[in-house]
Design a protein around this ligand. Structure first.
Ligand SMILES: Nc1nc2c(ncn2[C@@H]2O[C@H](COP(=O)(O)OP(=O)(O)OP(=O)(O)O)[C@@H](O)[C@H]2O)c(=O)[nH]1
Ligand SMILES: O=C([O-])CC(=O)C(=O)O
Ligand SMILES: [Mn+2]
Length: 615
């Protein structure tokens, strides 16, 4: 490949195509002048193009093809060791005023960040192809669909966007017809000198994931890992979209969407927000343990919610694929995901078997005698280290999921009956609690705490407040985000039924450190109680933190769960919650007077109820 000098870039040969929106064209040539790619290629989203890109990735050693007899048309990528998860410390929200980013975000002054980015981005694509990737979030034709164009020098990122979004000509045509679009610039930050040999996973030790919410722009540098590089996902569909949602009166949330059908045949739609690696994909694909129950998948990570013309809360999944955590995904825990991964899947940082298939901790109970681990090294069960990276992932199309709901891509979305918040809590938080009303539900969401997982850098296990599971994803001041949710409730109350709000915790542990609740398919028992509550047919008892299942209301028939474990699962320790309330107060104080008064009031009410319970 020859290195082109800067002046020749705008004339770089590009394939002829039909209608290319002038605005996108101009932007692409401006970006090309900065990034100086050797070549520009517009991505059309065709199967043939995907095939070509996969072949290219095999030839550069970025991916290897798995055994087609065992895993048809599937590939394994091994990332650089430093590029395995989202980097929250390098994720920035750049607003004119620091207060608009709020205390939970890394803020940078936009002009200063632009100058910094220009420094690293100049010439960043030398010797590489710049792919221009138009994409749609949400079904094209939906009133909720939103568009974007990402440029990237990573073909791995292009094929990933191809699975995760509606990518290519259809999106570009919508932009040509006048739809607004968000520009997103991505470079792995590894320019190639003439003749320089490429590495399998180019990236840079310096990384940036930058959002400019006020001008709706995204810039990412140095990483090819999912959440840092597939900018349609967390950067757009959550960080930028949450700001659009604030301004336009809807919600962009870190939520799964499911359709639940009990034996009665009447269906319900639920949305649930859990932090990264806390069970969204698993719940979205749940195989209920209860006979006659059915759970169908609509989305596993992101939901956009709005109030429909009928006044009901509606939601779409803006994505088109799943970027799921591999470890822990097995026939006992999530057989639906295992089935979905039969082929056409890209695996990243899992282990490889000798016969060219994949393996990760939890795929099978028995560990293979020999593997090639995620770093490419020989591995045996005695190696004393995990074979797959704890944040290893699969990338697979939603259409391939056997539990996908028929209406998963309905442009009008589905009507939401209940909202669930959850986190990973070894203690304190009961298996399930129901909020007293919407505002109490907002308080629950705002005060979710969860133990950190391997999905981002940091100390795994450390407890932190992760309001609405949006801590790393809200594109604006979290206090204003709380206010937006409270306001949303007021609008729902005016027009129609307000969804119920619940909190769950699948992760409470006993004294021996093991999970008290079997989880996964058995979580259907919790759904059964929720549905009973929606129908007003099942009992609840009041507690200081909300309504708990009354005696016998949670169906534990046939479970190996002793009385002590069941008691512990629902134990609300007022003293522990007093401490929790103090911690919440300190967390709320970080927002100063921007915190909605209603949340301080909810905290006071909680303390009053805790005090009453101890009398
Ligand atoms: N004990 C227990 N573990 C669970 C349960 N549900 C999920 N897990 C485990 O939690 C980990 C993460 O689960 P996922 O469903 O992938 O989490 P996620 O919220 O989709 O994560 P992201 O894709 O990072 O946002 C996996 O190792 C699962 O096996 C459960 O009900 N009980
Ligand atoms: O975005 C990613 O890298 C993966 C993911 O779903 C998360 O971390 O929540
Ligand atoms: Mn997931």
């Amino acid at each position: 490949m020859t290195l082109l000098d800067r002046t020749s870039i705008p004339n770089a040969p590009v394939a002829e195509r039909r209608q290319r929106p002038a605005e996108v064209d101009v932007w692409v040539s401006q970006i090309a002048q900065l990034l100086e790619p050797a070549e520009i290629r517009w991505v059309d989203g065709s199967t043939r193009e995907r095939h070509e890109l996969l072949q290219l990735l095999v030839s550069t050693g970025t991916i290897e093809q798995l055994n087609p007899d065992l895993r048809p048309y599937s590939f394994l990528a091994r990332s650089a060791e430093s590029d395995v998860a989202r980097l929250e410390s390098r994720t920035f929200i750049c607003t004119e005023h620091e207060a608009d980013a709020g205390p939970t975000n890394n803020w940078r002054e936009p002009a200063a960040m632009r100058a910094e980015l220009e420094g690293v981005m100049r010439g960043a694509m030398r010797g590489r192809t710049m792919y221009v990737v138009p994409f749609a979030m949400g079904p094209i034709g939906s009133p909720m669909a939103r568009f974007g164009v990402q440029v990237t020098d990573s073909p791995y990122v292009v094929v990933s966007i191809g699975t995760m979004t509606r990518m290519g000509d259809a999106a570009l045509d919508a932009i040509a017809r006048g739809a607004s679009w968000v520009p997103a610039v991505h470079s792995v930050g590894a320019p190639l000198a003439p003749g320089q040999q490429d590495v399998p996973w180019p990236c840079n030790d310096t990384k940036y994931i930058v959002q400019f919410p006020e001008t709706r722009e995204i810039w990412s540098y140095g990483s090819a890992y999912g959440g840092n590089a597939i900018l349609a996902k967390k950067a757009y569909a959550l960080r930028i979209a949450s700001v659009m949602a604030r301004d336009e009166g809807w919600l962009a949330e870190h939520m799964l969407l499911i359709k639940v059908t009990p034996p009665s045949g009447k269906s319900y739609h639920l949305a649930a927000a859990f932090p990264s690696a806390c069970g969204k994909t698993n719940m979205a694909m749940m195989t209920p343990s209860l006979p006659g129950w059915k759970v169908e998948t609509i989305g596993d990570d992101i939901a956009w919610l709005w109030i429909g013309a009928d006044g009901r809360l509606r939601a779409i999944n803006p994505e088109a694929g799943f970027f799921g955590v591999a470890p822990g995904t097995g026939m006992r825990t999530n057989p639906t995901a295992v089935d979905a991964l039969w082929g056409n899947t890209i695996f990243t940082n899992v282990a490889r078997t000798d016969d060219g298939d994949v393996w990760w901790e939890g795929l099978t109970d028995e560990k293979p005698a020999r593997l090639t681990d995620w770093r490419g090294e020989q591995w045996t069960p005695d190696s004393g280290r995990p074979a797959a990276h704890p944040n290893s992932r699969f990338t697979v199309s939603a259409r391939q999921c056997p539990s996908i709901a028929e209406d998963w891509d309905d442009p009008e979305g589905v009507v939401i009956d209940a909202i669930i918040f959850g986190g990973r809590r070894a203690s304190n938080v009961p298996l399930v609690v129901e909020a007293r009303d919407w505002d109490h539900g907002v308080f629950m969401g705002a005060t979710i705490a969860s133990e950190q997982t391997a999905a981002a850098e940091g100390t795994v296990g450390e407890l932190r407040r992760d309001p609405f599971a949006m801590l790393p994803f809200a594109g604006y001041n979290m206090a204003d985000y709380f206010a937006h949710w409270l306001d949303f409730g007021r609008r729902l109350r005016r027009s129609a039924r307000v969804p119920r709000v619940f909190q769950v915790n699948w992760f409470r542990k006993g004294a021996d450190g093991s999970f008290l609740w079997p989880g996964f398919g058995e979580n259907a028992r919790v759904l059964e109680w929720m549905v009973g509550r929606l129908d007003g047919q099942i009992g609840a008892v009041d507690s200081p933190i909300g309504s708990l299942p009354s005696d016998g209301a949670l169906n534990v028939e046939g479970l190996e769960l002793d009385e002590a474990a069941l008691t512990e699962l629902f134990r609300v320790d007022p003293a522990a919650f007093e401490a929790e309330a103090d911690d919440i107060e300190a967390f709320f104080a970080t927002f100063g007077d921007r915190l909605p008064v209603e949340l301080s009031r909810q905290l006071t009410l909680l303390r009053d109820r805790l005090a009453a319970a101890q009398q």
